[in-house]
Design a protein around this ligand. Structure first.
Ligand code: NAP
Length: 291
């Protein structure tokens, strides 16, 4: 069984990016500058944003963290976004989701300049992805493609089941896996909460990408021998034996599923670090679009 080690893979990618940044510096060029906007005090969001900012520093990018209180109005947030769109010093930025309920996420997504949309959520970038044109690919699905590619996982002609159809993970994942690329060229089935006989479908899969947000949902009886499993879920489970009081688990019942797999990504240390590496790759790409 191959462990799809996202931590090690993302470290290699970060080293490659750091070398690119060093080259830019030596040529007297601007280094990429990523900004992150965080609205409110959600603990998980703070952890994600801090880790993105820290990764920027590690590869030599400039970074700016804009923390706004949960009481920030939609208008104020849109003004911050407009400022970022017009700030030539910022090459790309993200607005950490979820946003407080009084802010319309769609309005925010549409307000981000497509050329700085390193999350790849703007409809223009989603459309470009669907057409196979150069663009910012959404960080989590792209990180998974990168991981499959670097581990030489064969995807061409394989039956790939994607569980979950969110705009940021499941749907773009299904598009990327079905495109005429390598990795890609898979025969994709996208399943969701209305799908009937889900276990029958997953048992026939060669590759299962699990992104539904339910701890340990994919169990051993739902998986055939030799399957490749990619676990996108992240959940905090209470654990009194840990100093923090919790441990992280994914959407896959890892202990029981892993022995049946030809390859599997763990949680933590799988898709999470790949998402960050992919965001850094997009930010590096942004600099060539902006300058
Ligand atoms: P989401 O927006 O909540 O979407 C969940 C999807 O799963 C929906 O399409 C839903 O179907 C489907 N679903 C729910 N219950 C199901 C069931 N019983 N059977 C089949 N499908 C079911 O979730 P998300 O934003 O994609 O995130 C999914 C998970 O990935 C979460 O744990 C999240 O924390 C994690 N995540 C991790 C990363 C990372 O970097 N590792 C990044 C993003 C998200 P309907 O459409 O029918 O409701």
């Amino acid at each position: 069984m191959i462990l799809l080690d996202g931590k090690a893979t993302s470290n290699s990618i970060k080293e490659e990016i750091a070398a690119e940044v060093e080259k830019l510096k030596q040529q007297g060029k601007k280094v990429p500058h990523l900004a992150a906007v965080l609205v409110g005090e959600d603990g998980a969001s703070q952890t994600y944003v801090n880790s993105k900012v820290k990764s920027c520093e590690r590869v030599g990018f400039d970074s700016t963290l804009i923390k706004l209180p949960a009481s920030t109005s939609e208008e104020e947030l849109l003004k911050t976004i407009d400022d970022l769109n017009n700030n030539d010093n910022i090459d790309g930025y993200i607005v950490q989701l979820p946003l407080p309920d009084h802010i319309d996420e769609n309005k925010v997504t549409l307000a981000v300049a497509p050329g700085k949309d390193v999350d790849g959520f703007h409809p223009e970038n989603v459309g470009r992805m669907s057409l196979g044109l150069p663009t910012f690919l959404p960080a989590t699905p792209n990180g998974i493609m990168e991981m499959l590619g670097r581990y030489n996982i064969e995807t061409s002609g394989k039956n790939c089941v994607v569980i979950g159809r969110s705009n940021i993970v499941g749907t773009p994942m299904s598009i990327l896996m079905s495109r005429n690329t390598n990795p890609g060229n898979a025969t994709v089935t996208l399943v969701h909460s209305r799908t009937k006989n889900l276990a029958e479908i997953t048992r026939r899969a060669d590759i299962i990408i699990v992104a539904l947000g339910k701890p340990k949902f994919l169990t051993a009886d739902m998986v055939g021998e030799g399957t490749v499993v990619v676990d996108v879920g992240i959940h905090r489970i209470e654990d009194s034996t840990k100093k923090s009081g919790f441990r992280l688990v994914g959407d896959v019942d890892y202990e029981n599923v892993a022995p049946k797999c030809s390859a599997i990504s763990p949680v933590p240390g799988g898709v999470g670090p790949m998402t960050i590496a992919s965001l850094l790759q997009n930010t590096l790409k942004a600099i060539s679009l902006q300058h």
